[in-house]
Design a protein around this ligand. Sequence first.
Ligand code: F6P
Length: 350
Amino acid sequence: MKKIGILTGGGDCPGLNATIRAVVRKGMTEYDYEMCGILAGWKGMIEGKIKVFDMKNVSGILNKGGTILGTSRTNPFREDNNGDPERILENIKKFNIHAIVAIGGEDTQGVAFKLSEMGVNVVGIPKTIDNDLPGTDYTFGFDTAVNIAVEAIDRIHTTAESHNRVMVVEVMGRHTGWIATFAGIAGGADVILIPEKQIDMEEVYAIIKKRHKRGKNFSIVVVSEGIKLPVEDSKDGEHILQSTKTDAFGHVMLGGVGSVLASMIEKGTGFESRCTVLGHIQRGGTPTAFDRILGTRFGEAAIDLIHKEEFGKIVVLKGNEIKSIELKEVMGHYKTVDDYWYDLAKVFFG
Ligand code: F6P
């Protein structure tokens, strides 16, 4: 009986459990694999924290947020890695793991790719609320995050209208503006600011002033946490950071741009402005039906790839079809918001 390990790495997101359930159920019932969970992402593989699954472990989890396996942002290939990659290889041998299903975003898949280059049998499944992984039209988690942000924007409209305010809503998304663009379009934002587009504050003030001149006494601005705000000394602008710390993959901790932006807008337009930061609320709670189904389809396709011994690949969504591509194709770059989406959003600015 072959033993297959499954792990979830990086930030949690809705749909992870639906995906785990699909991998485990199909692996056990159709291929008679022994399925086991690797706890807390790559950390569990380094430390040998592995738990054998039975059907009961994956029962009743389809609708649950988070991940029953736990997660971490552990990078076994960081500079001072203390031999972590070798430890992973040792544990794979020790626990007799035939192949690993790695569910995660760019960082988790980056590790998966490096391990596959070292001969590990691995298949990737793309997840992230940011939707920034190349090669797939959508990652699961994104749809739920967008729906949460839209609900928040709908609620924020009430206060904006009642108090005649400009309400800035800061959403996640790291260095891409997918959540901001989709939530902004669906929530009727008057301005959407994303990292892919250079920010012109004079233009932002003009849009808001024009809107208020035509009798609309409130505005909604959706801003992605990863934009660079124009500041005096830097032509390209600067990120606003929560702290100077970086994570094991070298990512800065974004967050806080919304309140700086709200002050600038108040000064630049004369209209009272406030900011709401949605933060981790966007990653919490039950997944939408879309994310449950996408995770289920990805999980089912990933275990098929393992069965066919097509390792070093990642399952992706292309149009409405699940396909697979080489892991190396998703390495080293983000999928950014293209002009089609931003031009669509811009039609409704002001
Ligand atoms: O990648 C998902 C994400 O939620 C980003 O949108 C955000 O910048 C980051 O993770 C936050 O990370 P953490 O949960 O480690 O603070």
